[in-house]
Ligand binder design. Structure first.
Ligand code: GL4
Length: 800
């Protein structure tokens, strides 16, 4: 029996294994309609989920009541993406019911992990940006801040990736094919969202409309003390069915309104760095933003009435420019619909909105053609023009514009319509000030602030790395879970041989588990004694997975040339998806798979170097890989990775980083200590200077025979004898334009990797460095990040 010590408001403190067993059986019978003899794993998983959900709901109601009673400021996080992954384990861990659930399931003759891992991984996001939103929701609940997440209930999340002959193949993702255990449909919360038509007399007559229908998922915080709501919108037709068409025998026509409306929430765009330029994307953005704002104003009017108090009681955060239409939409609601004078409406909107920028990549700064924009949102285009005019009138000598002939610039619009604009790491924020928003920053010097990203320690340490978590708790108690900076109290233990050997043992056991899983699932045998060198993230040229594989090729060649030298055995593990239309990134995946095939089959090098590309990277796979990693590859071209959050998860779990001075790597290195971090490569400034050197890539290749030989092997078909030219374009790129400076950074990367090899051979030294990474990573909790937003951007306070 496990009795939780939680001082939760309503979560029972005496829920026992017996109660858990009874609750599971109750839901199996009365919710799933199955008896134990005929239940499938799915039935058991759903029954368990409902049992856990029941425990969350009481706290959820209590939180809602408390928020109303306190009349506190509410935070609204608008995001196109929430990469929440599985929720069952999260709920069990935060309610501290995991042990009870495992015992109850075992007593029922089930394998608990089989049941828990039956849950689909909800992939309503692409990568870091969406996962950050999920960590923020969990932290907002753990801190007890009244908050809502708002997004889209995509029928199909990010595509499932498989490999055919080493090539990425995209398959549809179907998380909603089964009932989603955590959500509640809210038939009463529906809004009509218009598109098209005419703008006239400061008003708007949309030509078409769809219904935004709400589905709520409670997000429970640590110890179940608070739960907030993630409200996702599904698009539905205004008229479900065209009976006239049906009666005429036009069955397809009869179903068309439904199909057209549902298209809006059908799929997640599988790319967060490229402006898709599609009407549907703009429709998605307006759809969820307009529904969310309507809902926010409805709640506000019910609670407070006077719209002029909006900024006092409401903080709305725009997660990148995807919800940037919130600025003009809020002005429209306040001015057109509620008669507030235009300038005042603009000020109220600005005081309510904050904008987070997540990338400086020019292709990701959204710009829409005004033709498309005007056709879909004619009134908003007029409002944007007025916002632009007002801004130019206030700053007549400035050349900043929101509108350019033919385009609407969403970055500038967001900046002008937000009272705070933040970057996501110290370096990124400085680069924002000196590059994309240089002029706007000069006009509004107090507007840009930095909020370095963070990750929730509940999921990314307590839940995914129970061995390390228990070791930490044994030494310093368990308060670190809600206050990660307490990890620094372990500093004195890092000199203690007992602690270090237990730390090393936890890592070893995690690696053994991963190796067993990889062998079972993918048929590749790995020796856990090898260094596990891991690069997991979206495929992108700026993230430079090709730098990593070139180094692997060079290493393979070096081992072959001197097989008896003292090599440090390592396996390079990759995982990540490429946007379906990003052909160069897909070719990098194929190259890695081709290289893996040749290298892994080589009897000379087999025990010293292995390469594995695991398919279908997702949150669940990250939870498996990170605790078992020795080396974290954070090797982006400096100035390109806004922050990274994987880098933080690795450091927290005791993987050492090999990385450039990019994004939050800079802050990680400062905190864990430069002697516990393998730095290489050019700085952001050096990158800019290097690009100006004529033939920089050719020059780098000319002075590094290893690089030349690795590129030659790629070029001559060593890894694809049946089609020797397959990767000619990659070699051509890296020898010519090489915008991301793979060739120019190669030599230093090789040097740093050999330092890694040497350090790994000193097992005790390595463990000490790894432990220091864990102990000094407490600052990277998303609780700290959320506190920063509360103080600098939202002016919000916890209610518990
Ligand atoms: C990203 C950045 O690329 C990434 O560095 C950052 O950690 C993340 C969250 O702030 O946002 N920007 C985009 S776009 N996608 C990302 O993952």
């Amino acid at each position: 029996m496990y009795s939780s010590k939680v001082d939760a408001m309503t979560v029972s403190t005496t829920f026992t294994t017996q109660d858990m067993r009874a609750a599971i059986l109750h839901h199996l019978t009365y919710t799933m309609g199955k008896d134990a003899d005929h239940a499938t794993t799915y039935d058991w998983r759903m029954a368990l989920s409902f049992a856990v959900r029941d425990r969350i709901v009481d706290g959820w109601f209590a939180s809602t009541r408390k928020s109303y009673e306190a009349g506190a400021k509410r935070v609204y996080y608008l995001s196109m993406e929430f990469l929440i992954g599985r929720l069952l384990q999260d709920g069990l861990v935060n309610l501290r019911l995991l042990d009870d659930a495992c015992e109850a399931l075992t007593a029922l003759g089930l394998d608990p992990w089989q049941v828990i891992s039956n849950e689909p991984d909800a992939a309503l996001g692409n990568g870091g940006l969406g996962r950050l939103a999920a960590c923020f929701l969990e932290s907002l609940s753990s801190l007890g801040v009244p908050a809502h997440g708002y997004g889209i209930r995509y029928e199909h999340g990010l595509f499932r990736q498989s490999f055919v002959d080493g090539r990425q193949v995209e398959l549809p993702e179907t998380w909603l094919q089964q009932h989603h255990a955590w959500e509640f449909e809210r038939p009463e919360a529906r809004y009509r969202i218009g598109f098209g038509g005419d703008a006239r007399d400061a008003g708007w007559d949309p030509a078409e409309a769809v219904i935004a229908a709400a589905y709520d998922t409670p997000i429970v915080g640590w110890q179940g003390r608070w739960a907030n709501t993630l409200r996702l919108w599904a698009a539905k037709p205004v008229e479900a069915f065209d009976l006239d068409s049906f009666n005429r025998g036009d069955f397809v026509g009869a179903a068309t309104p439904e199909a057209m409306a549902r298209t809006i929430s059908r799929v997640l765009y599988p790319d967060d760095t490229t402006e898709i330029g599609k009407e549907l994307r703009l429709k998605q953005e307006y759809f969820f933003t307009a529904a969310s704002l309507a809902d926010i104003l409805r709640r506000f009017e019910m609670e407070h009435g006077d719209l002029r108090k909006l900024p006092e009681k409401v903080a709305i955060q725009l997660n990148d420019t995807h919800p940037a239409i919130a600025g003009p939409e809020l002005v429209r609601l306040l001015h057109d619909d509620n008669g507030i004078p235009f300038d005042e409406a603009m000020d109220l909107a600005r005081s309510t909105l904050g904008y987070t920028n997540h990338t400086l990549l020019p292709e990701a700064l959204e710009r829409w053609s005004d033709h498309l924009f005007g056709r879909l949102l004619p009134r908003h285009l007029e409002i944007i023009d007025r916002i632009d005019q007002a801004h130019r009138a206030t700053y007549p000598s400035s050349s900043v514009t929101i509108r350019e002939p033919g385009v609407v610039k969403m970055g500038e619009l967001s900046f002008v319509m937000a009272h705070r604009v933040n970057g996501v790491s110290a370096l990124h924020t400085e680069l924002m000030k000196s590059t994309v928003f240089k002029e706007l920053n000069a006009l509004h010097p107090d507007r840009i602030v930095n909020e370095t990203n963070g990750v929730t320690p509940r999921r990314w340490l307590l839940s995914s790395n129970p061995r390390l978590a228990s070791l930490i708790t044994e030494r310093i108690g368990e308060d670190w879970v809600g206050d990660l900076e307490q990890l620094s109290r372990l500093e004195e233990h890092v000199g203690d041989a007992g602690f270090l050997s237990a730390y090393a043992e936890a890592k070893r056991a995690n690696k053994a588990d991963l190796a067993a899983w990889i062998e079972a699932e993918h048929g590749i045998a790995l020796d856990p004694a090898m260094m596990f060198d891991v690069q997991i993230k979206r495929l992108h040229e700026y993230k430079r997975q090709h730098l990593n594989i070139l180094e692997a090729i060079a290493l393979w060649q070096a081992i072959r040339a001197a097989p008896d030298a003292d090599w440090t055995p390592r396996v390079k593990i990759f995982a990540g998806k490429a946007a379906p239309g990003y052909h160069f990134a897909k070719d990098i995946i194929r190259l890695i798979n081709d290289v893996a095939e040749v290298v892994n089959a080589d009897p000379v090098t087999r025990d010293k170097l292995k390469i594995v590309f695991l398919p279908n990277y997702n949150v669940t796979l990250a939870e498996r890989l990170i605790p078992a990693s020795d080396l974290s590859e954070q090797i982006s071209t400096a100035g390109k990775e806004a922050s990274g959050t994987g880098n933080m998860k690795f450091a927290l779990n005791g993987a050492l980083t090999i990385g450039t001075l990019d994004g939050a790597n800079v802050e990680i290195r400062e905190r864990v200590g430069e002697e516990n971090f393998f730095l290489f490569g050019m700085t952001a400034d050096e990158v800019v200077a290097r690009r100006k050197i004529k033939d920089h890539a050719a020059k780098a290749i000319a002075v590094d025979p290893r690089l030349a030989a690795a590129l030659a092997a790629v070029r001559d078909g060593t890894f694809c004898a049946e089609e020797p030219d397959r990767y000619a374009h990659i070699v051509q790129n890296l020898s010519g334009p090489d915008y991301f400076l793979v060739s120019s950074d190669f030599t230093d990367y090789w040097r740093a990797q050999r330092e890694v090899d040497a350090a790994y051979r000193d097992a005790d030294g390595w463990t000490r460095m790894a432990a220091r990474n864990t102990v000094r990573s407490g600052w990277f909790s998303s609780d700290r990040t959320i506190r920063g937003y509360m103080a600098d951007v939202w002016g919000a306070e916890p209610v518990i």
